[in-house]
Design a protein around this ligand. Structure first.
Ligand code: EPU
Length: 340
């Protein structure tokens, strides 16, 4: 079935709680319906511009609408979890893109399929989790994605991608890079372990976990940590981390460390990652308010709508933070949130 609604309010569809409308909202409940939509409406002619004619959204947890959307918002209603392959030590699950991420994480653990514990409670739908390569507490979605099924929004054909073809990286995949606007993810195939081995690489999580911890214990510890640091979008509009953690060169880091010996840092393949939260706190933005927006008290990487903000207000706050961090540290913060 294709559901089409006009002048559709998006307030419940974006976690900032911004009061914007879409000219048209289309939800499809089968792959064939999506293909019909594409074939009836032709290609997505403006897919490469800032305001494409169609925009496919997931849970709206990583979007910042700066205005009403003049085109079509597409949304999937494909749900369900299906086992497609099993060996003695692993299982592959094919999951509908519109499945609520954390419901799937809980389901997997209850059904003895392990790996996703550290990604508990991330607000997302399954398709968007792949687009964005969501991550937390030492794990990323890409570590468990076996392949991705999609519909090509130019041709209506079904396309399949192996993990390696998706070009997954830190909060990145081809679905938001080279292929942005081109594919609608319909199903994600996850490969999970049948034996539970906890991922305790994140120090604050390891501290909370005893030797005999179960997958459920690990999930609960992650949920406790998240609840302590991150605001619930239903209570305080936000999109999780607004910025990505910047990666700088070893030379630039050496300079920074000379001036600020206590600067936290993590070595990664591309250079040295410096927590954006630390940079933002150092320039005095942690917990501050600007009009109807603000910087969250417990995690300065999170920008919040304190009530009644419009997209431009949040952009203004983000720009002020970017400017102050740049002036003090010569580091440019890049938004993780996608501005529409
Ligand atoms: N820090 C401060 N001040 C603060 C908070 C943190 O200086 O008030 C510094 C500390 O040095 C701390 C470091 O920042 O050690 C890192 O903080 P944290 O572990 O909370 O993680 P993060 O780097 O700020 C990232 C992800 C989160 C994810 C956590 C946990 C990004 C952009 N964000 O945040 O993801 O939950 O790690 O793994 O990578 C999201 O993407 O929406 C998100 C919430």
């Amino acid at each position: 079935m294709l559901t089409c609604l006009y002048h559709y309010p998006l307030r419940q569809r974006n976690s900032f709680g911004l009061d914007v409308k879409a000219a048209k909202f289309v939800e499809y409940s089968s792959v064939a319906d999506l293909q019909t939509f594409v074939r009836q409406n032709g290609t997505n002619p403006l897919a490469d511009t800032k305001q494409p004619l169609w925009l496919h959204i997931g849970g709206g947890n990583n979007l910042l609408f700066t205005d009403d959307y003049q085109g079509v918002i597409l949304h999937s209603a494909l749900r369900g979890v299906e086992e497609v392959y099993r060996t003695a030590d692993k299982v592959r699950l094919r999951v509908g893109a519109a499945e609520h991420w954390d419901t799937f994480v809980a389901w997997s653990i209850e059904h003895g399929a392990y790996g996703l514990e550290n990604l508990s409670l991330i607000p997302s739908e399954v398709g968007a989790a792949a687009v964005q390569n969501i991550g937390a507490y030492g794990a990323e979605a890409k570590d468990f994605i076996y392949s991705v099924e999609a519909v090509d929004l130019h041709t209506g054909e079904v396309a399949m991608f192996a993990n390696a073809e998706c070009n997954f990286a830190y909060r990145f995949s081809n679905f938001k890079g080279a292929w942005a606007g081109r594919y609608a993810i319909t199903y994600v195939i996850f490969e999970l372990a049948l034996n539970f081995v906890p991922n305790l690489s994140y120090h604050a999580l390891a501290e909370q976990i005893g030797d005999n911890a179960t997958a459920k214990d690990l999930r609960e510890a992650v949920i406790r940590i998240r609840r302590g640091k991150l605001p619930e979008p239903a209570e305080l509009g936000n999109a999780g981390s607004f910025f990505m953690n910047p990666v700088i060169s070893p030379e630039q880091f050496a300079e920074l460390q000379k001036a600020y010996p206590a600067v936290p840092h993590f070595a990664v393949d591309e250079g040295i990652k410096v927590p954006a939260a630390w940079l933002i706190e150092q320039v005095g933005w942690k917990g501050r308010t600007l009009g109807s927006t603000g910087v969250y008290e417990h995690q300065p990487l999170v920008l919040v709508n304190r009530g009644g903000a419009v997209g431009a207000d949040i952009v203004r706050l983000a720009d002020a933070i970017i400017g102050d961090v740049k002036a003090k540290f010569a580091i440019t913060l890049r938004p993780e949130v996608i501005m529409v």
